[in-house]
Design a protein around this ligand. Structure first.
Ligand code: SF4
Ligand code: SF4
Length: 108
C-alpha cells in the first residue's frame, strides 16, 4: 500500500481555513507551550465562522501561528508533538478542496 510522503513545503499550513481544535488538544498544546489554558485560549485561538469549533489563530499573512522552518528552510510545525488531529491526518483522512494543487508531497 502506498504511503504519503510529505515534502515539508508548508502549504497546508498556509491554507486560509480553520485548524479545528478538540478539547483535549487545547489542554495538550497549552501544556506543551508552558502557558495556562486560559491564556492559550484567549491569545491563540478563535471561534470558527460557523461558531461550532475553536481553531488556531493565524499570523497576519494567513499562515498558522505555529508554522516555522528548520535550518534547511523546510517547513516545521512548532507544536509537532501535539499538533491537532486535523493536521495529523492530512491529506489522507482530512483535506480541503484543491489540496492536490497546493501539496508537493505524494504517495510512494
Ligand atoms: S499546527 Fe502545525 S501542522 Fe498544523 S497548521 Fe499549524 S503549523 Fe501546520
Ligand atoms: S502541503 Fe503537503 S507536502 Fe506540503 S507540508 Fe503539507 S502535507 Fe507536506
Amino acid at each position: 500500500m502506498k504511503k504519503f510522503v510529505c515534502s515539508r513545503c508548508g502549504n497546508c499550513c498556509r491554507w486560509p481555513g480553520a485548524v479545528k481544535l478538540l478539547d483535549a488538544e487545547v489542554d495538550a498544546i497549552a501544556q506543551f507551550l508552558g502557558m495556562p489554558v486560559e491564556k492559550f485560549l484567549a491569545e491563540h485561538t478563535e471561534i470558527t465562522p460557523d461558531r461550532q469549533h475553536l481553531s488556531l489563530r493565524e499570523k497576519p499573512n494567513g499562515e498558522c501561528e505555529y508554522l516555522g522552518t528548520d535550518d534547511r528552510g523546510l517547513a516545521r510545525c512548532l507544536i509537532e508533538n501535539v499538533k491537532p488531529r486535523q493536521c495529523r491526518i492530512f491529506p489522507e483522512k482530512w483535506n480541503f478542496p484543491g489540496w492536490e494543487d497546493k501539496c508537493s508531497g505524494g504517495f510512494q
